[in-house]
Design a protein around this ligand. Structure first.
Ligand code: TYM
Length: 330
C-alpha cells in the first residue's frame, strides 16, 4: 500500500491556501493510502515562538485538521516532537546533506535577504533536513504538498538517493504530490504572492475561522485583473484564484464555472465566491468549536497517533543506525 506523509506548522492560523493546496488532499488520501500527518512544532521553533501560544496553536491546529475531515481511524495524526526519532534522523541526514545545497534553498535565501543572514537561526537553515527526516523516517512514497514545497521535496529525494548510494538501499525515494489546480493560492490583495500566514496584508488571507462578515469583506475588496472576462488562464491570476476558490467551495469544475459566468461581471463572481465560501466554512467552523470544547479528547487522539507513528519511526531508525555503523547498545 502506498504510504503518505505530510506536515503543517502550528504557526498562525490555517488559511485557504493550506486547505486547497494540501489539506483537502490529505483528507482524500486517508481513504486510499496509509497516511501519516504531522503537526511540525519542531519546525515552528526555527523562528521565535511564544511558548504558551505555541502550545495552544498546536492544539488548535489538531482541532482544525480534525474539523476539515481527518479521521483518526483512517490516518495517523500526531505531533512531531512526540516522536523524537525525527530529530535523531535529522542529525544523521545533516551529515549527508551539504552546506551548499541548503544555501540554495529559496526559503532560506528569502529570509536571509529580509533580515541579516547572521541573524537567521541554524535551525532555520537546517529546516529542510528535518523535513527530509519527517518524510524518510516513514518510508513515504507520496508527499501531498503545495507548490512552495517543491524544492524541499527535491532536496529530500537527493538526500535519500545519496544515503542509499553510500550505505545501501535504506530509504524509499518519495514523490511529491502537488495538485494541478490550487497548488499556489494567491494573496487576495497581491496576486503576485502566495497566500501566506505571515502575509503583510491580512486582508489578502482567508483563515478557515474567519467569520462570514470577514469573508464577505475580504472577497469584496479582493484585487481583480484588468479586462472583464471570467476565465481561468495564466494572464488572469486574480480571477483564476477566485474561480479556484469557488470551485473548491462548491465542488463545481472550473470549466462549468467559466460557462456559468459567461457574459457576467466581476461583482457577480465575487458575490458567489463569498456566498460559496461562507457556506463551505460554516460546518468546518462548527466542528472546530465542538472539538475545541474537549481538548482532552484531542490529546487522546494525538497520543494514539504518536504511538502508531513512533513504531514505524523506531523500526526505520534501527536500520539506519546499523547502516551507518553504530555499535548496538547492549
Ligand atoms: P506550511 O505549514 O507552510 O504549509 C502547509 C501546507 O500548505 C501548503 N500551502 C499552500 N498551498 C497552496 N497555496 C498556498 N498559498 C499555500 N500556502 C501553504 C504548503 O505547501 C504545505 O503543503 N515545510 C512545511 C511543513 C513540513 C512538511 C514536512 C511538509 C514539515 N515537514 C514533511 C511535507 C512533508 C511547511 O512549512 O508547510
Amino acid at each position: 500500500m502506498t504510504r503518505v506523509l505530510s506536515g503543517i506548522q502550528p504557526t498562525g492560523e490555517v488559511h485557504l491556501g493550506n486547505y486547497i493546496g494540501a489539506l483537502q488532499h490529505w483528507v482524500t488520501d486517508q481513504y486510499e493510502h496509509e497516511s501519516y500527518y504531522c503537526i511540525v512544532d519542531l519546525h515552528a521553533i526555527t523562528t521565535p515562538q511564544e511558548p504558551e501560544r505555541l502550545r495552544a496553536a498546536t492544539l488548535d491546529l489538531a482541532a482544525t485538521l480534525l474539523a476539515v475531515g481527518l479521521e483518526p481511524d483512517r490516518c495517523t495524526l500526531f505531533v512531531q516532537s512526540h516522536v523524537p526519532e525525527h530529530t535523531e534522523l535529522a542529525w544523521i541526514l545533516n551529515c549527508v546533506a551539504t552546506f551548499g545545497e541548503l544555501r540554495r534553498m529559496t526559503q532560506f535565501k528569502d529570509k536571509a535577504a529580509k533580515q541579516r543572514e547572521a541573524g537567521v537561526s541554524v535551525g532555520y537553515f537546517d529546516y529542510p533536513v528535518l523535513q527530509a527526516a519527517d518524510i524518510l523516517i516513514y518510508q513515504a512514497d507520496r508527499v501531498p504538498v503545495g507548490e512552495d514545497q517543491r524544492q524541499h521535496l527535491e532536496l529530500t529525494r537527493n538526500i535519500a538517493q545519496r544515503f542509499n548510494a553510500r550505505f545501501g538501499d535504506t530509504f524509499i525515494v518519495p514523490e511529491p504530490a502537488i495538485p494541478k489546480v490550487g497548488a499556489k493560492i494567491l494573496d487576495l490583495q497581491n496576486p503576485l504572492a502566495k497566500m501566506s500566514k505571515s502575509a503583510d496584508s491580512p486582508q489578502g488571507t482567508i483563515k478557515l475561522t474567519d467569520s462570514r462578515d470577514v469573508v464577505a469583506k475580504k472577497i469584496k475588496v479582493a484585487v481583480t485583473d484588468s479586462g472583464r472576462e471570467i476565465l481561468a488562464s495564466p494572464d488572469k491570476p486574480a480571477i483564476t484564484n477566485l474561480l479556484t476558490i469557488l470551485s473548491v467551495a462548491t465542488g463545481k469544475s472550473l470549466s462549468d464555472l467559466e460557462d456559468s459566468f459567461r457574459d457576467r461581471g466581476y461583482a457577480d463572481l465575487k458575490r458567489e465566491v463569498a456566498e460559496g465560501l461562507i457556506a463551505f466554512l460554516e460546518p468546518i467552523q462548527e466542528r472546530y468549536a465542538e472539538l475545541l470544547g474537549d481538548p482532552a479528547e484531542i490529546g487522546r487522539q494525538l497520543e494514539i497517533g504518536a504511538t502508531k507513528a513512533q513504531k514505524v519511526a523506531q523500526a526505520t531508525m534501527a536500520g539506519v543506525y546499523d547502516r551507518v555503523g553504530f555499535l548496538p547498545r547492549k
